[in-house]
Ligand binder design. Sequence first.
Ligand SMILES: [Ca+2]
Length: 267
Amino acid sequence: MDVKDSVYFRVYTLFYSLQLTLQSFNSCLLLFFFLFTAQNCSYTLHSPIGTIESPGYPYGYPNYANCTWVIVAAEHNRIQLVFQGFALEEDFDILSVYDGPPSPGNLRTRLTGFQLPSPIVSTGSRLTLWLLSDYAVSGQGFKAVYEALPSYTCGNPGQLLNGHQQGSTFNIGDKIRYSCSPGYVLEGHTTLSCLATSAGTAAWDFPLPYCRADDGVVGLYGARAGLLHPQLPCRPGDTIALVFSDFQLEDDYDLLEVSGTEGSSQW
Ligand SMILES: [Ca+2]
């Protein structure tokens, strides 16, 4: 099912559920439902280190979530954000990250789906996260730790999936080396150097590399083949991405649980 079909399906299911709701309740109750199920939350964080979790993490964020987290560090510091868990309904639930206050010109990245994002380091002393979810389908949500960094450090560029990081200091002049596990090939630069910038801060000279399976088949397809053909099991170390294109269960009464993840997931 492509995105267009998915949108039609979701619109259809929304109107179908609205029709059922109208048959059961009067319109005043329906208005109450829409006004008071939206989850609005807003946080301003001033401590130099901390953890941010989406509401309900890891058991799923609510529909209509509208949450902002503004991290404010001391002057001349920057903020490093490292994700530890990330699962948002792809394309429909979005975590926007702003390099500063949440204005369109400051948009750094829009995150969605099930890939753990790379660490983010702000250029200034403020970083904003804005989570918006739509009317249906949730995921585990996200968890991230943040830390205020002095201006002479680049911050940890991040670990590699199926790879290794050598080097544990991230200040100007430091180098970090990356290598991949057997069976994987490194794409990108093996060595990153933390350099001083003209703006008086520090930045890595190249983006984080990644490890690709050396037979050209990434873990996802191996897992898919394993599911469709049980005689072709996944290799040790492969991960399995399970992406729902359809999902509709009776709220509170019907439940799907997926085990094998970090902590079981229930929807
Ligand atoms: Ca959703």
